[in-house]
Each structure stands twice: as C-alpha cells, then as structure tokens.
Design a binder for this molecule. Structure first.
Ligand SMILES: Cc1ncc(COP(=O)(O)O)c(C=O)c1O
Length: 404
C-alpha cells in the first residue's frame, strides 16, 4: 500500500520534547478537575512587566508595523550599550545583534561557533533547550558533570581540558546557571578563558540571569575578560530581567566582528526582531535599576529562601542552595522523577492544589543522569510557594514510588 505521508527527517524525529512543557496536557487535566496547579515547571515570573514597557507598547508611533533592521533598531542597541556600561562593559552598537529572545541568540551562537559534526562542551545539568538548538545546528553537546556536593561549580581544569578534542569548537556556560542556580567564581571563568586560548575555542556565555544573584554576591560577565575578547559570544535576554518573556527580545553580543557579521546574515534570513517590542524594550532598558530590576531581585531572593528552606526539610531530599537565577534542582526519594511529576498532576491534590515541576533528565545529555531530580522554578508569590511546598512535601509522602 502506498504510504500516506513521507517520513519525518531523522533529526526532527530525534528531537526531545521539552521537559519543561511536556506535562502541560496533564496539568490541563488537573485544572479541568478543578485542581489548582502551581506552575513551578517554567521560568515565567509572575511579576507584572514594567509600566514603562507597557506604556511604550501602546504608544508605538508608526502607522505600519513594518519590518525593522535585521540587526535590531539603532535606539535599542544604543540603550543596550548604556545598560552594559553599568556593569563596566564598554560596547559599541555594532557589537550587539538584537534577537528574538535569548533563544535565537543561542541558536545563532551555536551556529557560528560549530559546524555539523563538531562539539560544544556543556556543564551538566544545563538549560534543556541547548539540546534543541544543538540538534538544529547538528552539533554534539559534550557534557561534563558538575556535582551538588561541589555547589555545581566547574570541574577541575585538567578534567575540562581532557574533554577538549579535535572536533571541540566551544565551551558553553550559563552564568548564573539554569537549573542549578550556581554563580561561577572569577577563577572558574579565567580557567575557561585560558583553555579557550590554548585550544582556540569560543566561549558561549548565556547570561540571561545576570542580575539574579543573591546573598550580596556579584556576577562577572565573560565580556569583562579582555584576554578572550574575540572568543566570547554572550547570549542575553530581557525576558526575565523585565518579566517580558512573551515580548521575545534578547541579543547576541560579541567583540568578534566575524561572529556578528555571520549572525547578521542569519538575522537577515529571518528579516527582523519584533519592532514594537523593540521600541518598548528601549524604554525599559533605560529604567534605573532601583525602579524595577532591584526590587524584583530582592523579591526572588526571599522566594529562594522560602523554597530552599522548605525543600531542605523534606525527608530524603538532597538540595543545594542556589546562589542565583530562580531555580533549584533537588534529588527526590522517588523511583523516577518523570513518573513522580506526572503522578502529582494525575493522582494527587492537597487542599485543592498540586505542583508541576520539570523532570531533570532532559537537563542532562548523559543517559541515566538526573532521573531522580526535578527542577523547581520559584516564580510565584511567597504565600503560594509556601502552599506549593506543602503540596510537594505531602506528595512525596504519599507517592507510591517513594524509595528509601
Ligand atoms: C538559561 C536560559 N537561556 C535562555 C533562555 C531563553 O529565554 P528567552 O528566549 O525568553 O530570552 C532561557 C529561558 O528560560 C534560559 O533559562
């Protein structure tokens, strides 16, 4: 019999579903039954976007929503330069490409750094969507383990160096880290810089959580490492910083003009970033930190404390205190975190509510790792987090697959 439809490409067929979103149908089912679902699965802050941003959206002056510049509007790239100057980073607009969220910047960065069949070193656990971007570009992610006992800090220099092979083109780091919350020390970044120079590699630094750093610590951008200026490609985003995830505005930053030129060609192929949101983003970037970002970070630090303290008290749960971003990835006393996360949505409720977490196996590239872990995004109000943690603690007690 003739086939009804052609076969999907092998790469498309092999793409993993996002662990952050794959249980959405189960969450919808719980909601249909009248159960309130605390969404701790996705890094979507509940904080209202800045008034300045919303006002600018409604005041967009042009009568046609026309294509914008492929590299992003000049005013926005200039506003980005002013923003980076606050961190002591001097850039020109020509070193910034506006992208459709940090996601597109990651795709461009992977594409510019490595060809199909080449490798990018990543530290496990890593932001799960790196898998998807790597699959599109055809590059292999080479995972190096980081451990909760070491605060998920980077492995020793000799371990990282041993992983660099003839096909390695880049080392990717997410700082502060999603999902571990680790903020890397200067000596770790310098170690990567030395190895990048020695082995002629790019450093792809995903810094979308730059300001989300707690306990009075500070964050060092890889853009502040002069010795590797031509090797660094930073991917950035306004999604979290201004709670404008749906606006889809981010950027790729590099002092390597070849990377920016190649990125621009990709940008030309997709025509332009969203112009109305770019207009509003320009206004938001000019907001003094004390007016929006700073209070938001203080709020997230309190949320971090609520979640960490509650999880640390749950019997049999191993958790490391996150120093930044807004995630933690505890190991639970369960047979399989995927099954546990699904069970919480299909079979459990406490006072009419349950939680949705993101099973962590998809944040690893090594088969078998992360199977007892799940990521918690602490993106809700403290009172909601208290209730969500009570649900989680009770769910862990009742879950039939609980292990010793
Ligand atoms: C580490 C990291 N990088 C990049 C992104 C992409 O964000 P966006 O495309 O909304 O800028 C996210 C989103 O959660 C993230 O957590």
């Amino acid at each position: 019999m003739a086939k009804q439809k052609p076969t999907l490409s092998a790469r498309a067929a092999a793409l993993p579903a996002s662990p952050i979103r794959k249980f959405v149908p189960l969450a919808d089912g719980a909601k249909k039954r009248g159960v309130r679902v605390y969404h701790l699965n996705i890094g979507q802050p509940d904080v209202p976007s800045p008034e300045t941003f919303l006002k600018a959206l409604s005041e967009y002056p042009n009568k046609i929503i026309a294509y914008g510049r492929s590299e992003g509007e000049v005013a926005l790239r200039e506003a980005y330069c002013e923003y980076y100057r606050r961190f002591g980073i001097d850039l020109s607009p020509g070193e910034i490409l506006v992208t459709t969220g940090g996601s597109e910047a990651l795709l461009f960065a992977f594409f510019c750094a490595a060809a199909a069949g080449e490798e990018i070193i990543v530290f496990e656990p890593f932001y799960t969507n790196y898998n998807g971007f790597a699959a599109v570009v055809g590059v292999t992610l080479k995972p190096l383990a980081t451990e909760p006992g070491a605060g998920y800090h980077l492995p020793r220099r000799d371990v990282v160096e041993a992983a660099i092979g003839p096909r390695t083109r880049a080392i990717a780091i997410c700082n502060p880290n999603n999902p571990t919350g680790t903020v890397y020390r200067d000596d770790e970044l310098e170690m990567l810089a030395e190895l990048a120079r020695k082995h002629d590699l790019f450093i792809i630094a995903d810094e979308v959580y730059r300001e989300f750093v707690y306990d009075g610590q500070s964050h060092t951008s890889t853009l502040s490492l002069p010795a590797v200026a031509g090797r660094v490609v930073v991917t950035d985003s306004l999604s979290k910083r201004f709670s404008v995830c749906g606006a889809r505005v981010g950027c790729l930053v590099s002092r390597n003009e070849e990377v920016v030129a190649a990125g621009l060609k990709l940008g030309q192929a997709r025509l332009s970033p969203p112009v109305v949101e770019e207009f509003a983003a320009t206004a938001a970037l000019k907001l003094p930190p004390a007016e929006y970002v700073q209070p938001m970070i203080e709020k997230f630090e309190r949320r971090r404390n609520v979640v960490y303290e509650a999880v640390a008290e749950m019997p049999g749960v191993a958790v490391h205190k996150p120093a930044g971003a807004f995630y933690t990835v505890p190991a639970f006393p369960v047979d399989d975190a995927e099954k546990f996360v699904a069970w919480m949505l299909t079979d459990f409720e406490l006072d009419g509510a349950t939680t949705m977490l993101a099973p962590a196996a998809g944040f690893y590239a090594t088969p078998g790792r992360g199977t007892r872990e799940a990521r918690i995004a602490y993106v809700l109000e403290e009172s909601e987090l208290v209730h969500a943690m009570a649900c989680l603690a009770e769910g862990l007690k009742q879950y039939p697959g609980r292990t010793a």
